[in-house]
Design a protein around this ligand. Structure first.
Ligand SMILES: N[C@@H](CCC(=O)N[C@@H](CS)C(=O)NCC(=O)O)C(=O)O
Length: 199
């Protein structure tokens, strides 16, 4: 198989890549990483990603880190025009939300879950406050639209979805935002949607 994904089942960042590969029906080889033993911090993975993180995607001669960058690559290379449009304003709208996945969602529900589920020494009160802010922004944004960008499902939705949908694992009350809940339901209803543990 040309595409290889270095993966951890419980990682939302790895899951978003698995989810997108499923949505676009792209076959790939899944390579589980022994995360608990720190395999991502030692050779050969540390050579593939000096940042010491997964997911890592390999496609032929190309090696990529960062789930958002990987979604961009897969969408442009294999996803057709819909998942990441090339028209300037549409592409920028998708990018706005990829940045949210990398920043506000990561420092919100992702950090809250890392603290509660995996014992990372993070400030849970700060992650809770960050989560409330981004969920309120998403609730308002989704009050008059079905999808985060471009009036259709894009990689913006795929990028933001996992850690929002996993919010309950970090005591983040996602259920208090009905528009966000409805958006989660719409993503789960997409053709070829796949779940991960706790979603
Ligand atoms: N911005 C990166 C973050 C990747 C990341 O933080 N991955 C976690 C697993 S979900 C990791 O490998 N962390 C390294 C560690 O905690 O040792 C992405 O979106 O892929």
């Amino acid at each position: 198989m040309d595409i290889k994904l270095y993966d951890l089942e419980l990682s939302g960042n790895c899951y978003k890549v698995r989810l997108f590969l499923s949505l676009i029906e792209r076959p790939y080889e899944l390579i589980p990483v022994d995360f608990m033993s720190g395999a991502h911090k030692t050779r050969p993975l540390i050579d593939a990603n000096p940042f010491g993180e997964i997911p890592i995607l390999v496609d032929g001669n190309l090696t990529l880190r960062d789930s958002q960058a990987i979604l961009v690559y897969l969408a442009r290379k294999y996803g057709g025009e819909g998942w990441l449009p090339t028209e300037a304003s549409n592409m920028a709208q998708v990018m706005e939300w990829l940045m949210v996945a990398e920043n506000e969602v990561a420092r919100g529900p992702n950090d809250a879950r890392l603290h509660d589920k995996f014992g990372y020494k993070l400030d849970h009160a700060l992650a809770t406050a960050n989560s409330a802010r981004i969920l309120d922004l998403m609730q308002a944004h989704l009050s008059n639209r079905k999808w985060l960008a471009c009036g259709r499902p894009t990689i913006a939705d795929v990028a933001c979805f996992p850690y929002v949908a996993l919010g309950h694992e970090g005591r983040v009350p996602v259920g208090q935002r009905p528009e966000v809940q409805a958006w989660i339901k719409r993503i789960k209803a997409l053709p070829n949607f796949i779940a991960m543990p706790a979603i």
